[in-house]
Design a protein around this ligand. Structure first.
Ligand code: ADP
Ligand code: ADP
Length: 226
């Protein structure tokens, strides 16, 4: 079953740049899809249209077979993480991660169980009382991911989430992302320009070039020697 369906999705910015050109792609339930391609090829614009942060110029976005093309971001059951994680500076890790649950009036015990579970997977259990200023960059990015996932959104979007981290940290964070995905199986679209990242993380990889879909397939299908 497909969760996200993009049909003939197109974005032309005022001024005339066509950032996304007739993109048709479906993302299955529980799938980890990586959208890969060089800087400027339209990856962020695709994510922003899925999230409802950017209006489409043509085509449609559906989630669970419902056309959400004109829905505001709030009504889409989506969480998004960027490379510049914006944590609430005055809140602890626990409060940052639990904030979305609090807004939804979730029972305190249930909320703290969810936060603890996600924090455990991300190696944040001993840092729950810290504020963002007292965390490393990698720890902050983990909190941003935890905060996005703690309410178990239908769709998880990540835009180059590791690109501000050093090489060693990027490698270990990949393993953590895989673990999170194994655990929660949330339908994910992950944007990167890094092919190694795409290969290690993706169930399938969609290759974008100048706004157009070039190829889509499993890592094996795309990178196997001919
Ligand atoms: P990527 O995420 O692959 O780096 P983007 O989606 O950010 O690519 O950008 C795709 C193209 O659209 C680029 O040429 C970029 O300059 C252009 N673009 C992105 N956002 C805007 C905007 N708000 N106004 C005009 N052009 C934009
Ligand atoms: P990314 O890291 O996703 O490639 P950019 O640094 O290209 O992001 O863009 C950051 C912001 O600037 C985005 O909101 C994007 O829409 C906007 N933007 C990018 N290119 C242009 C452009 N040519 N004209 C106006 N806004 C742009």
């Amino acid at each position: 079953m497909s969760v996200v369906r993009l049909e003939h999705l197109t974005k032309t910015f005022p001024g005339g740049t066509t950032a996304v050109d007739d993109l048709t792609l479906t993302i299955d339930d529980g799938e980890f899809l990586v959208l890969v391609g060089p800087s400027g090829c339209g990856k962020s614009t695709v994510l922003r249209m899925i999230a409802g942060l950017e209006a489409v110029s043509g085509g449609a976005v559906s989630i669970d077979d419902e056309d959400v093309t004109d829905w505001p971001p709030k009504l889409r059951d989506i969480a998004m993480v960027f490379q510049n994680y914006a944590l609430y500076p005055h809140m602890t890790v626990q409060e940052n991660m639990g904030f979305a649950l609090k807004l939804r009036h979730m029972d305190k015990a249930e909320a703290s169980e969810k936060v603890n579970d996600t924090a455990g997977l991300l190696g944040l259990s001993t840092l729950l009382d810290r504020k963002p200023a007292a965390l490393s960059g990698g720890q902050r990015q983990r909190v941003a991911m935890g905060r996005a996932l703690v309410r178990r959104p239908r769709v998880f979007l990540l835009d180059e989430p590791l690109s501000n981290l050093d090489a060693k940290l990027r490698v270990s964070m990949r393993a953590e992302l895989s673990r999170l995905h194994q655990r929660y199986r949330i339908t994910t679209v992950y944007v990167t320009h890094d092919q190694v990242e795409a290969m290690t993380l993706g169930d399938r990889i969609a290759v974008l070039d100048r706004g157009r879909l070039q190829q889509v397939g499993t890592p094996d299908e795309l990178y196997r020697e001919p």
